[in-house]
Design a protein around this ligand. Structure first.
Ligand code: CDP
Length: 208
């Protein structure tokens, strides 16, 4: 079974994806890390992040073994990711890796922005996780503070709004819910409640 979990920054999609994958004991891929790593590798080549040729070259030779780099979880990496993610050649270069991951024999969970629409349009279950920008900014603010980053809530909220705008307005694979996705608003839900709601969606879909 392929489970696609999409949604905007700090909506809870990554946490839900990990819990759902753990529950069904299938592998999970946080596809945002791929874009974060491409931004890291583009910068390491000394080029601006919107240099399409360099970013595409970095995406083509991306080493999935480097995705557990803790630096990728930072705020700067997320911003950088959304810049390289607008480049069609970068998205194309990362597509086959994501599809191969999804095709594993026991199934898989993938989270991102375009899993249900572009990467796995035939996924068995599609969930689009949302929450208000204020709630998402609060979560991200606490998360970054917990990692020891010096941030203010106002800056995090602005970053979230900017990123929403960039991700949903880009021409190639914009962030949007697939027509057959189930919407899950986590604004008022804790982690356990959001996980339970996602599990219900999966179980309903699996039952046909
Ligand atoms: O955790 P958060 O939602 O903040 O970020 P992420 O999921 O790691 O994604 C970082 C950025 O990568 C997003 O803002 C998107 O621009 C891009 N991305 C994408 O374009 N397609 C995906 N499937 C996943 C991420």
């Amino acid at each position: 079974m392929i489970i696609a979990i999409d949604g905007p920054a700090a909506s809870g999609k990554g946490t839900i994806a990990k819990l759902v994958a753990g529950h069904f004991q299938v592998p999970v891929l946080d596809t945002g890390l791929l874009y974060r790593a491409v931004a890291r590798d583009t910068a390491a080549r000394g080029r601006p992040l919107d240099d399409a040729a360099t970013a595409e070259a970095a995406a083509r030779v991306l080493d999935p073994g480097t995705l557990d780099d803790p630096a990728l979880r930072g705020a700067k990496a997320g911003e950088g990711a959304s810049i390289v993610a607008r480049i069609p050649g970068v998205r194309a270069a990362l597509l086959e890796f994501q599809r191969a991951f999804a095709r594993q024999p026991g199934g898989a969970v993938l989270d991102g922005r375009d899993i249900g629409t572009v990467v796995c349009p035939d996924a068995d279950v599609k969930i689009f996780v949302t929450a208000s920008a204020e709630v998402r900014a609060r979560r991200r603010f606490l998360e970054l503070q917990g990692r020891g980053e010096e941030v203010s809530y106002e800056v995090v909220l602005k970053d979230i709004r900017d990123r929403d705008e960039r991700d949903s307005s880009r021409a190639d694979a914009p962030m949007k819910a697939a027509a057959d996705a189930v919407l899950l608003d986590t604004s008022e839900l804790g982690i356990e409640e959001a996980f339970a709601a996602a599990l219900r969606v999966v179980e309903e879909r699996a039952a046909g």
